[in-house]
Design a protein around this ligand. Structure first.
Ligand code: PEP
Length: 250
């Protein structure tokens, strides 16, 4: 039985004051409760120290939104996996569609970043997803197969159980449009079939999250699907009450 995971992706939002209010709201609700699902927030790099000081000793984990493919050295502006570990990160998002689109991250680079995250002891949340035109052209399976295929080719079979995958249809991110539970389940199931080719035992353990306008009012139905093991939450992770409502749905 896979434990569900609800992970917030704050993107480039927040401030010390706003984060403190958000994290205090989350902590106040979850303190002293046994939470059935895993909970995490993925913050902009400058706020990871704040997450570490606010969330240490709680049931909420934290992570980053990207990492450098390099180990260390002359890479101005980059943040290494070891640095993220220094600040207590458990997770790092890899290959978010906004990075693939705005920073031209290739499938190969995403695969290499996944490997780097694993080497650093981080759990990569590997994002895959098709654009609207790709879906309309009937290319969803091909695109997702290519994206996940690059990652599977790069990692050791024994490491499969150490990654999290997020299916995020690009047309659903930040648009208010959500894949129906059935549409999402179909892709999640296809992803799991693909994972089995790499390591059938581990494939049953990998958490496959859905992301794309998951909100309190649609979370329950999405999370009820057999291969949807949680959510990667953008907009709704910025409001404690919305994020917590999704945690409760899980
Ligand atoms: C995301 O960016 O990972 C995401 C799922 O965003 P939203 O929930 O706002 O669609």
């Amino acid at each position: 039985m896979r434990r569900k995971l609800i992970a917030g992706n704050w993107k480039m939002n927040g401030s010390l004051a706003a984060n403190a209010a958000l994290l205090n709201g989350i902590k106040a609700e979850l303190a002293g409760q046994s939470v059935a699902c895993g909970v995490a927030v993925c913050a902009p790099a400058p706020y990871l120290a704040q997450c570490q000081s606010e969330l240490s000793g709680t049931t909420v984990n934290w992570g980053a939104q990207d990492l450098s493919v390099h180990e260390s050295g002359a890479y101005t502006g980059e943040v290494s996996g070891a640095m993220l570990r220094d600040f207590g990160c458990v997770y790092v998002i890899v290959g978010h569609s906004e990075r693939r689109t705005y920073h031209a991250e290739s499938e190969q680079l995403v695969a290499q970043k996944t490997v780097r995250a694993l080497q650093c002891g981080l759990t990569p949340i590997v994002c895959v997803g098709e654009s609207l035109s790709e879906r309309e052209a009937g290319q969803t399976d091909v695109v997702i197969g290519r994206q996940i295929g690059a990652v599977l080719a790069a990692i050791e079979s024994a490491d499969l159980a150490k990654i999290v995958i997020a299916y995020e249809p690009v047309w659903a991110i930040g648009t208010g449009k959500t894949a129906t539970p059935e549409m999402a389940q179909q892709v999640h199931q296809a992803l799991r079939v693909r994972l089995r080719e790499k390591n059938s035992q581990a494939a049953a353990l990998v958490q496959i999250l859905y992301g794309g306008s998951m909100k309190p009012d649609n979370a329950k139905d999405l999370l009820a699907m057999p291969d949807i093991d949680g959510g990667l939450i953008g907009g709704a992770s910025l409001k404690a009450e919305d994020f917590l409502a999704i945690v409760r749905a899980a």
